[in-house]
Design a protein around this ligand. Sequence first.
Ligand SMILES: Nc1ncnc2c1ncn2[C@@H]1O[C@H](COP(=O)(O)OP(=O)(O)OP(=O)(O)O)[C@@H](O)[C@H]1O
Ligand SMILES: *[C@@H]1O[C@H](CO)[C@@H](O)[C@H](O)[C@H]1NC(C)=O
Ligand SMILES: *[C@@H]1O[C@H](CO)[C@@H](O)[C@H](O)[C@H]1NC(C)=O
Ligand SMILES: *[C@@H]1O[C@H](CO)[C@@H](O)[C@H](O)[C@H]1NC(C)=O
Ligand SMILES: *[C@@H]1O[C@H](CO)[C@@H](O)[C@H](O)[C@H]1NC(C)=O
Length: 449
Amino acid sequence: MKGHIVFSAAALMLIALYLKFSIPGPFLYSQHSRQMRREIMERHKDLAFFYQTLLGIKEGSPEDAMRYLEVDLEVPQTLTCKDLSHITALDYVGSGFTKVVVKGTLLNGKSIALKSVHGEGNDMKKCVRQYGDHSGCHRLATYKLQKEIALLQILRHPGIIQLHGQCDVNGAPPDIRVTAMLELGSPLEMIQLLQTPWEERFKICWELVQLLHYLANSPMGSVALLDFQPRQFVLVDGSLKVTDMDDASSEEPTCRRDADCALAFPAKTFTMTCLDTGRCAGSNEKRNLYNAYRFFFTYLLPHAAPPALRALLEDIMNVTGDLHIGINETLEAFDDVLHLYKSGRNHSQTHHLHDYTVLRGHRMNDTDGDFRCWPSYNHQGCLLSMHSAAEAAEFCNGHPQCRNFIISQQRTWTGRYLTAFTKNCLHLVPDETYSLYVKRSGHSDMQKR
Ligand SMILES: Nc1ncnc2c1ncn2[C@@H]1O[C@H](COP(=O)(O)OP(=O)(O)OP(=O)(O)O)[C@@H](O)[C@H]1O
Ligand SMILES: *[C@@H]1O[C@H](CO)[C@@H](O)[C@H](O)[C@H]1NC(C)=O
Ligand SMILES: *[C@@H]1O[C@H](CO)[C@@H](O)[C@H](O)[C@H]1NC(C)=O
Ligand SMILES: *[C@@H]1O[C@H](CO)[C@@H](O)[C@H](O)[C@H]1NC(C)=O
Ligand SMILES: *[C@@H]1O[C@H](CO)[C@@H](O)[C@H](O)[C@H]1NC(C)=O
């Protein structure tokens, strides 16, 4: 994996020092109510646990981890507060219950996302209404962001947004302002995604399965995304990445009997086993997988799928929707689909090609416009991915309006060729990377330039 997540040791140390000195609390926290102090202690302990994991410390109390943080950490430095001070072109991107995200441009011209506590967000408002303690509430919210930052350092995967660095401006009470500097993504628009070719929708699901497989086998154990919704994901260069990690949990629910382990969703409840350890067996993995099924697979997978893959996909939908398989087998099933799709098996009937004359080294100057299909890679025409000329010929024969197709060397993520289908074929231009196929019985309204 290129460009590992790295973090600013200095910034972490600042937080560590701050947290360390704040542990006993009576002096610094005297301005807070007892209830607020208890909340802060809780969040503090929770965060300390993540720092312990981050540093890979197995022995000692989580608070000991704080002390270790003062040791010189061998981590490459990326973005720091200094970079933050040079950022320009700040613009609002989005906000949620707790955090707000803006984008900005670094000195080197790259755009990044900046995440911080949303002072006017509902989390802060609700807290202030309850405690009337603005600085205490800000601190509580900051713990959530710090937990997310720690998690982004522990969990590294192409399906998790990359942390470029962080800045802890004041580093001290009462309002510690922590900013996470992240890879910039664009929101996942489900409606838009529904209109893209099946191959692109499959890619999103396939990437999600890779991510869930990683989370189920992560360095922290099996991690559940408790708040699992499409809006917690963004696209970076067309790849799916989770951005909101403050609701991630590596603890399986505790239980005394099987009934305590019921996993309830609006449409369905799953029962699970309560292990002797007092934990529900595989609850986190199951929860993630069913959420993937209900929020992603059902919308993105079956719709307009290639006929040759339908049986396999129906099977995947069935066994994930009933949680009959775990994430490892789901990953295998997705890989099977991908291999079958790449192989072109069940597709190519070569006899269709006999109906076409091929003109290598030519393309049309304009492939937009005269024949539409859906869902196409372009809006005006019919641009699809094809395994081979034979498959393209079969498709063209199946559509009365289609008379020509042009295969380019441009490939999709699965390695299939982008192919444009047209009705008329008017203006040819030489281009050696293309091959033009013309139906033999077709119109003879073709001219060479
Ligand atoms: N790296 C990013 N690039 C682009 N947009 C992002 C990025 N991270 C987050 N966003 C956007 O900002 C919004 C708020 O971020 P985030 O989900 O972390 O906040 P939150 O307060 O935890 O939200 P929620 O209430 O959904 O839990 C997200 O819904 C997303 O649209
Ligand atoms: C695809 O091929 C497999 C064997 O490779 C076969 O079992 C299956 O029925 C075929 N499906 C279609 C839709 O042709
Ligand atoms: C899976 O298939 C079985 C048998 O056909 C059916 O009863 C069940 O409802 C299906 N489950 C899902 C989630 O589609
Ligand atoms: C799933 O796969 C991972 C490695 O890819 C392996 O470590 C783990 O034991 C597997 N889990 C199960 C339940 O088979
Ligand atoms: C293609 O060529 C025709 C005729 O020369 C011209 O009218 C048309 O605008 C061209 N299209 C593009 C996209 O260049």
